[in-house]
Design a protein around this ligand. Structure first.
Ligand code: 9UX
Length: 69
């Protein structure tokens, strides 16, 4: 069973930012795929189980950005 979570991430302005967010989110347990749309700041995360909100927030923080919501 696969779950897709869509996040809004504030502050990404280049492909390097995209890579940082992708790498940090990819580290989380159960995450299979991360797709970042730089223009909109929308991030689609595909995972085996629903994501832990705190883990997501920590990963975005680690990458140097903030969640929009
Ligand atoms: Mo992307 Mo650069 O934010 O400092 S513009 S990494």
């Amino acid at each position: 069973m696969s779950t897709e979570t869509t996040l809004g991430v504030v502050g990404m302005s280049c492909e390097h930012c995209v890579n940082a967010v992708t790498e940090e989110l990819s580290r989380l347990d159960g995450v299979n795929d991360v797709v970042v749309d730089l223009a909109s700041g929308r991030v689609a995360v595909t995972s085996d189980a629903p994501l832990d909100d705190r883990a997501v927030a920590a990963a975005i923080d680690e990458a140097g950005f903030e969640l929009a919501t």
